[in-house]
Write a protein that binds this ligand. Structure first.
Ligand code: HEC
Ligand code: HEC
Length: 295
């Protein structure tokens, strides 16, 4: 670069007649053309627009906050407002669910959909640790997808079971009925328990039948039929599961049956009406009822 232009003062390009800036590279000089009009207009428009923007919108960072702008706009505020609106809408639906009878929630499409969604998420939080993430159950914790119900499968019966729980000490109206511990309390001998277990296996179609099962049938009629039904069909009134099928709460093999009959089981479920609000319990009832086996 040479400072020729500067040292000689103003220098005018002889071809274009435009003054040069004084910058020169290998004999090529830079013309000092003014900026194009359109460019200047856009430049000033941007400057004016940005000043307006600084005034009305949040713009400049300060030490611990920022300039808020005249409009007081905040995208976070927008989100908060959107959530508030959604919550208000939900509160309306929850209020309707709180007031409506279960049958109406079950049959009215918009309420039902809302209840199913709410029930599903409440189930994931409160119930899966015992009943499994797919409500498939575990040993001692019933599968809620099938159509076998220990305590009844109508939506009202399910709502009652969820509200008051089973054999807990926190709710006087909890489902309660205790199968005697036939062995521990010496109501039946070991041999009798073995026989009646054989009969239960025959009832469910898994045992060989034969003499032990025949002896067991008489023991069953005397000691078990009152709760489990004459044909082992079960009774929701006593919370006694059906024994004439292959759906087991604890298990249908001989050893497990002998253990159940000897000591009984007495599973416990909390009274959810004491831990969850009424609308949530209703949504849970609708959800559980929808799982497949609702009556
Ligand atoms: C601490 C473990 C536990 C939790 C948590 C639990 N349950 Fe249960 N639930 C049980 C047990 C045990 C039984 C079976 C009791 C029995 O032997 O009759 C049961 C039974 C039921 C029944 C009756 C099933 C039938 O066949 O009649 C329903 C319905 C039910 N639970 C729903 C729920 C819902 C909904 C939740 C969540 C809000 C829940 N449970 C959470 C342990 C639990
Ligand atoms: C007072 C009512 C009652 C009587 C009587 C009774 N049971 Fe039960 N039985 C129940 C209840 C309630 C359950 C549910 C399990 C629990 O939580 O104890 C049950 C559960 C069972 C189970 C477990 C079923 C499974 O799915 O795993 C078997 C097996 C069973 N009973 C067999 C018998 C036999 C055999 C007798 C007679 C010797 C008998 N019960 C008498 C109430 C009764």
């Amino acid at each position: 670069m040479s400072d020729q232009g500067k040292s000689h003062g103003r220098h005018v390009d002889e071809f274009s007649g435009v003054e040069t800036t004084g910058h020169e590279w290998d004999g090529i000089r830079e013309l000092d053309n003014p900026l194009p009009r359109w460019w200047q207009w856009i430049f000033w428009a941007c400057v004016i627009w940005s000043i307006g923007y600084w005034v009305v919108y949040p713009a400049w960072p300060l030490v611990s906050t920022h300039t808020k702008g005249m409009f007081g706009y905040s995208s976070r505020g927008d989100v908060a407002k959107a959530i508030e609106t959604a919550n208000a809408g939900m509160a309306g639906q929850l209020e309707r669910i709180r007031k409506a009878p279960l049958e109406q929630i079950r049959t009215e499409a918009s309420l039902r959909e809302f209840a199913l969604a709410g029930g599903r998420s409440a189930f994931a939080v409160n119930c899966t640790q015992c009943h499994g993430s797919g409500a498939q159950g575990f040993k001692g914790f019933p599968n809620l997808n099938d159509d076998e119900w220990i305590w009844g499968g109508t939506v009202d019966a399910i709502a009652y079971t969820i509200t008051h729980g089973v054999r807990n000490t926190e709710d006087e109206q909890a489902r309660a009925s205790d199968m005697p511990a036939f062995g521990r309390d010496q109501i039946l001998t070991k041999a009798q328990i073995s026989d009646v277990a054989e009969y239960v296996m025959a009832l469910s179609g898994s045992g060989p039948g034969g003499q032990p099962a025949v002896r067991g049938q008489a023991i069953f009629a005397e000691n078990c039929a009152a709760c489990h039904g004459p044909a082992g069909e079960g009774s929701a009134e006593f919370g006694a599961p059906a024994l004439n099928n292959t759906i087991w709460l604890y298990g249908g093999d001989k050893a497990t049956l002998v253990e159940t009959i000897t000591n009984s089981r007495r599973g416990v479920m909390p009274a959810w009406g004491r831990h969850l609000d009424a609308a949530t319990v209703k949504q849970l009832a609708i959800y559980v009822h929808s799982l497949g086996g609702g009556k």
